[in-house]
Design a binder for this molecule. Structure first.
Ligand code: ATP
Ligand code: MG
Ligand code: FE
Length: 349
């Protein structure tokens, strides 16, 4: 079966086509530039941009795969979590396509998409695997068994900001362009990761081993920049960026590997926008090699939001004979992580 996936939870309009685990098309339009001068995503602007991008993006995906709408066997769409207006546009569009093509529709949890993204590059996920989701809105450790049949074990979360949010907010304080994550990554290339001793939050012996916290780190970075500003010096941004990145990468990989050890899991999958970070990737590689854990990280373009990852989940559901959604399903802007994989097949009896 050929599955068309639609993603519109934030500022990316994505359409992807997947068949039997194979990626046939992957098209993303972003309204990122329109939000830049506001320093963050403006929901109304994002929703309108989805409306404008929807048809061209879907058409381009079909063209890329050399297919027509009638060749599609199922449509999968992100129903949450995300911005309501943005989700609404994608869901309305996906329903229309499914109805027009006379094919089933599957609602997909955005984070299940981030996890499944990796299967498009590296094949089926081993059972079990440890998943670190690090994105603009999430920082979570999950023990994943069968992606569509088993409920996930949710080990931990951030107690405040997400890792991506921390990068985005610190970048703003540093006067770096939006979005902050990639800008910090670029600035860090010339910097010394040991220049500033930023804290490693929640890594003490009495702290929850799988809880994360990034708001203190954000404040520490802001104070550091402010001290330089007040003394009239030029802020050594490269050093600040490299040190911040080091602190985030250190905490993320340390906790992820501790989880692998405790649960005796031999594969770590790092997904979400922050998995694109060069230091997170490098340190994860280094530490996994030492621990004898296999590391899987999707390629950069599949790390950030896209439709292919949603199609990947749809493809798994179709092949697992999961029941499709009714055409009156609604969005769920704050869909909890526990429900990410709770498709009819995974729901406890
Ligand atoms: P969620 O998936 O939790 O709903 P989201 O969809 O906004 O959030 P993603 O698109 O997965 O998040 O990722 C975007 C985040 O990734 C942003 O915070 C961005 O700054 C960050 N990011 C992207 N590239 C990099 C990078 N190279 N280094 C660090 N952070 C990065
Ligand atoms: Mg985005
Ligand atoms: Fe995302």
């Amino acid at each position: 079966p050929v599955v068309l996936g639609i993603e519109s939870s934030c500022d990316e309009t994505g359409a992807g086509i997947v068949s039997g685990g194979r990626l046939l098309a992957h098209v993303v339009a972003s309204s990122m530039d329109e939000h830049a001068r506001f320093g963050g995503v403006v929901p109304e602007i994002a929703a309108r941009a989805h409306l404008q991008a929807f048809n061209p993006v879907v058409q381009e995906a079909l063209d890329q795969a050399g297919l027509r709408l009638r060749d599609i066997d199922a449509v999968a769409v992100t129903t949450g979590p995300g911005l309501s207006g943005a989700l609404q546009v994608g869901l309305a569009g996906a329903k229309t396509l499914a109805y027009a093509a006379g094919v089933p529709l599957y609602g997909v949890h955005h984070l299940a998409g981030h996890v499944a993204a990796d299967t498009l590059e590296h094949g089926p996920l081993p059972n079990p695997c440890m998943v670190l989701i690090v994105s603009g809105g999430h920082t979570s450790l999950l023990l994943v068994r069968d992606l569509v049949r088993d409920p996930i074990l949710h080990l931990g979360d951030t107690v405040d900001d997400a890792a991506g949010e921390c990068f985005d907010k610190v970048a703003r304080v540093f006067g770096l362009p939006y979005p902050g994550g990639p800008a910090i990554d670029r600035a860090a290339r010339e910097g010394d990761p040991c220049a500033v001793a930023f804290p490693r939050p929640l890594t003490g012996p009495r702290d929850d081993p799988y809880a994360f916290s990034f708001s203190g780190l954000k404040t520490a970075a802001a104070r550091w920049a402010e001290r330089h500003r007040q003394s009239g010096e030029e802020i050594p941004l490269a050093d600040g960026a490299a040190s911040l990145q080091e602190a985030v990468a250190d905490v993320l990989t340390r906790k992820a590997l501790a989880a692998c050890r405790e649960y005796d899991v031999r594969t770590l999958v790092v997904v979400g926008g922050v998995a694109a970070n060069s230091r997170v990737r490098a340190l994860a590689e280094e530490r996994c090699a030492i621990a004898g854990v296999e590391l899987r990280v999707p390629p950069l373009t599949l790390c950030t939001d896209n439709g292919a990852m949603i199609a990947a989940v749809g493809d798994l559901l179709v092949r697992a004979d999961a029941a499709p959604a009714q055409l009156d399903i609604s969005i769920d802007p704050s869909a909890p992580l526990e429900y990410a994989f709770l498709h009819p097949l995974a729901r406890p009896a």
